[in-house]
Design a protein around this ligand. Sequence first.
Ligand code: NOJ
Length: 557
Amino acid sequence: MTSAGTHSPPAAATARPWWQDMVLYEVHLPSLRDGDGDGIGDLHGLIESLDYLAHDLGVTALWTGPFFRSPLLDQGFDIADHCDVEPRFGDLATVDRLLAEARARGLRVIVDYVPNHTSDQHPWFQASRSSREDPKRDWYVWADARPGAELPNNWTSEAGGSVWEYDEPTGQFYLHSHLSEQPDLNWRHPGVRAAMLDVLRFWLDRGVDGFRIDVAHMLMKDPELRDNPPNPHGRNVYDLQHPDFDAQLHVNDRMHPDLHGVLRDMRRVVDAYPGDRVTIGEIESMGWTDWAAYFGAADELHLPFAFKLIETAWEATALRATVAELEAALPDGAWPILALGNHDRPRLATRLGRAQARVAAMLLLTLRGTPTLFYGDELGLVDQPVPLAAQRDAFGFTPGGVSRDPTRMPMPWSDAPNSGFAAPDVAELWLPVCREYATRNVAAQLAQPGSELGLYRSLLRLRVGSPALRAGSWTPYEPVPPEVLAYVRAAGDERKLVALNLTDRPSRVALGTAGTIALATGADRTGEPVRDALVLAPDEGVIVDLERRDDQEETSR
Ligand code: NOJ
């Protein structure tokens, strides 16, 4: 921090690693594009989409989603072989081609690393469950029921019900924090540690640019398996979790401090490779001090997701406080990664409505941190109900289960039958076609500068070309009316004011400095001069290039 409320870029601003400047695009592989005619998205389809991602949209990196051998009960987060490719997605040669084709377009490729659990079809688990004496028995977490109780403890799974599944042949329970088909690995076992670190090396050797580490906060549990206390706060409306899961405070089944040693081991492996590879941690929304600990002493995660931003009420005071808290909690030299949605949560335009989703796009792409876009949000897609018979997410099949399929519809590329997601003659798609594809699709929106896609394209171009937006300081701008969130991003002589009207009523922000509108989320106002006041239409966000005043306080380095 240089002065109260102003947050500056890391001291070594000239030596910024590429991932601080990246704009990351989350691909949900089964839903992006079918390249081989079987109705499910795959790596071939992803390769066909690279020109769109790199050139039309303008992101700089993609996160693939898991493509490893898997029964696909949890969209590939149930892995049966970490070092092979699920045939429905392609093969190892297709991954190599993806890496080469992405690189040729200047795109980085981040792949998933799923260390907390495997599929029950994984040979390690098959061995582990075969006998209590098997050398791999303790690669997973086995326990007996507590004396006088039916289960080892009260922990509830993200998919609902107990985390414990009784396994008849050996007469013990195994732990599964998600589906019963996803047994948790025991990271306290040195064999697991060594084998899973080798998985990182396998993909690093093939040339991936980094990893998105699944549920990195869950890798270590209380070794005494103590019960979780009840959750007094009720349902989490920002997530799509089972009510059983929300009924507890998950203090003992995750976030044990020993996990930081695991993250340091992972980081050492990644840092041993040339080329600045990156580790991105999926860690649940948590207090800022806990969140900051995931950076370690710059020896754990490069980028732990700051999911508190997603779980903040869409309201100016709350959002301003969240961003300020994040900035204050950020360790020296550390850099945040931000998202406003993903494959586990209601879509942005469902949560906020389409008008505010445009304002949200401006927020995400003008904050200080690496932005992550969820596929299809750039088209303003909304969740759509999926009939039970067509559902794929096994989280929806457990008693009282909550399916995440509504957020994961096939990407609508055009108004052709099957929405350009699959060839027109493909009879059955992985999930039902996007209901709005006839009018809401990539081809249509590329032709409409005022569309959601047009806005994302403009925002991305502005960000990529602006040192202030990419790397500059962040200072809340005050006073503003209560419905407005405003801040200044500054670097060198460049000062950009971002003013977001979070309501459907018009608003007005008094300005001390004149400027010119660089971009607005609604009507085209680019180039419009502003002097004493900035008038905001309902649901409008505006970026203003502020003129430099001679008496201006230096806020950036
Ligand atoms: C987090 C992933 O984002 C989610 O989709 C998945 O179900 C669980 N981890 C289990 O891998």
